[in-house]
Design a protein around this ligand. Structure first.
Ligand SMILES: [Mg+2]
Length: 196
């Protein structure tokens, strides 16, 4: 499946959840599907989705949020693979990281990443994550739902095709505006649904 097809499904599944999205093509494509207040596009900060979502997941520990969602790429995760043992060590149990793995750096001419030889899902499993795997829409939906309901740290390793969607405009919103919008949404979301 193409990245934008995966993002269309994920956008549908995450309407009420905080979603932190990796930079460049993934952020642009998700914003083209729908640019919602619960999306935090991590513009120009490759490798930090896992770090941001780990912090959010720990902060949300006592909230009613089932999970904080991170949408990460293989190249970006490989830039900061430390997030896997860090999440496992800290017990960021409310984190569901969706790894969109196309085995290339999709925003830089499709140069290959290590993931063609290194199983990033196995790396996550080795550091304490519960991992699901999918490569089509049916399994994306079933594994997302299963992991959303799974206690503990979770990663959905989703295999996608290389290549970017055509004619998607650049996302030129000020990151400060994006951060404030997301923070406001998350604050209201938690205030409206206090932990029981
Ligand atoms: Mg990639």
């Amino acid at each position: 499946m193409k990245r934008i097809e995966a993002l269309q499904v994920l956008n549908e599944l995450t309407a009420e959840l905080p979603v932190v999205v990796t930079c460049a093509a993934t952020s642009r494509e998700l914003a083209s599907v729908e640019n919602r207040d619960n999306h935090f596009y991590v513009l120009d900060s490759m490798g930090l989705v896992g770090s941001i979502t780990t912090g959010l997941a720990l902060a949300a520990k006592d909230s009613d949020l089932p999970k904080v969602i991170g949408l990460e790429g293989d190249g970006s995760l490989l830039m900061n693979p430390n997030v896997l043992p860090t999440g496992g060590f800290l017990g960021a149990d409310k984190l569901l990281l969706v790894l969109l793995d196309n085995q290339v750096y999709g925003s830089t001419a499709g140069l290959p990443t290590y993931s063609s030889h290194i199983d990033l899902g196995a790396m996550a499993e080795a550091t304490g994550w519960t991992v699901g795997r999918a490569e089509d829409e049916v399994h994306l939906r079933t594994e997302f739902d299963r992991l959303l309901a799974t206690t503990g740290l979770t990663l959905l390793h989703l295999s996608i095709e290389a290549g970017n969607a055509a004619d998607v405009p650049k996302l030129l919103v000020d990151p400060v505006v994006l951060a404030h919008r997301f923070q406001s949404w998350l604050t209201a979301r938690i205030a409206d649904n206090p932990a029981s």
